[in-house]
Unconditional design. Structure first.
Length: 95
């Protein structure tokens, strides 16, 4: 009797995978991707980026990011830290 309710509660509480909104096309230098969880990884071409990620570009480096929904390419210059959420809506219709 309570099984369907219990299943619904468990499914509602289960973490949902956040979809990628961009990817790394290329980079120079030790570009770091920081996840919301605090996990850090080195960027490589093809690395998927979530809206909650942050991209940190070192001195002398750069990163090329491509938005998945419209193909826009964004170049992040050296010594910058960019929240992917700041570019995720580029080209989206104004609301």
């Amino acid at each position: 009797m309570f099984a369907p309710l219990l299943i619904a509660l468990v499914l509602a509480a289960a973490p949902r995978a956040e979809p990628a909104v961009a990817k790394v096309l290329g980079c120079r230098g030790a570009v770091v991707i920081a996840a919301l969880s605090g996990t850090k990884s080195n960027a490589q071409p093809g690395t998927p980026l979530l809206r909650s990620d942050t991209v940190k570009v070192p001195s002398g480096g750069f990163a090329l990011l491509q938005l998945l929904d419209n193909g826009y390419v964004v170049r992040v210059e050296e010594d910058l830290t960019l929240a992917v959420a700041d570019i995720a809506l580029l080209g989206a219709p104004a609301q």
